[in-house]
Design a protein around this ligand. Structure first.
Ligand code: PGA
Length: 255
């Protein structure tokens, strides 16, 4: 239907893996493997790897993202990183509200919303992560949980701004567990996310927004997941640390 309107986006989320020298090696391995991609290719890397990563991918089709950032431009926030700092280094994307940040670092929808607005204001593109816990799925409230996250995380984000937002649907029970949502489960929730976006921004804008699936996506299951109407890409953890696996997912998204 409208899938063709949207550019597929495959983003690696390296999490707390790879030193700068290791990042250089991995990216150099990836560059020739993804050079013909017909989708957006992003590597979201630890802060300390950003300089090396941006330098290594210069002139290639790989873009660099960060894994979080603070909402204030500057100030007394020890250990935090601002959008301006990221931008100056050549970062284009920022992962926000990842479930690991929500689970281990007290991230709430309110802070995800503040970060999203700051990232957009800086002219960067947020990859906003939403998704239900296993317990919430068992209680049959996936729909409410995800719709609530979308509404809160995007509160006060304008229709013009939302065009630069990528949503990543990541069921928490599928992250790093080897358990993937089935194609139908992924499609069901991604479609629901688009419905929620349509209620806020209208169908036309919702139809243009890229919605990724994330959670144990790999070279074996990517093609089936990405063939779904509302699954426009992937946010890849474990498999993004192996050049061949990541490249295979990029190929699947390029079909
Ligand atoms: P995974 O992680 O692919 O290792 O499950 C995905 C993510 O956390 O973004």
């Amino acid at each position: 239907m409208n899938k063709k309107l949207r550019k597929a986006v495959i983003a690696g989320n390296w999490k707390m893996n790879k030193t700068p020298s290791e990042a250089k090696v991995l990216l150099e391995e990836m560059i020739p493997l993804v050079k013909d991609a017909d989708c957006e290719v992003i590597a979201c890397v630890p802060y300390v790897d950003i300089c090396t990563a941006v330098d290594t991918v210069k002139g290639t089709n790989i873009k660099i993202g960060a894994e979080n950032c603070h909402w204030e431009e500057k100030g007394a926030f020890t250990g935090e990183i601002s959008t301006g700092m990221l931008k100056e280094l050549g970062v284009e994307y920022v992962v926000l509200g990842h479930s690991e940040r929500r689970q281990y670092f007290g991230e709430t929808d309110e802070t995800v919303n503040k970060r999203t607005k700051a990232v957009l204001k800086a002219g960067l593109k947020p990859i906003v992560c939403v998704g239900e816990l296993l317990w919430e799925r068992k209680c049959n409230i996936t729909e409410e949980v995800v719709a609530r996250q979308i509404k809160l995380d995007l509160f006060d984000v304008s229709a013009e701004e939302v065009k630069n937002v990528i949503i990543a649907y990541e069921p928490v029970w599928a992250i790093g567990t080897g358990v993937t949502a089935t194609d139908d489960q992924a499609e069901e929730v991604c479609a629901l996310i688009r419905e929620t976006l349509a209620k806020i921004y209208g169908q036309e804008i919702a139809d243009g927004i890229t919605i990724q699936y994330g959670g144990s996506m790999n070279d074996g299951n990517a093609e089936a997941l990405l063939s779904k109407e509302n699954v426009d890409g992937g946010l890849i953890g474990g498999a993004s640390l192996v050049a061949g696996k990541f490249a295979a997912i990029v190929s699947a998204a390029s079909k």
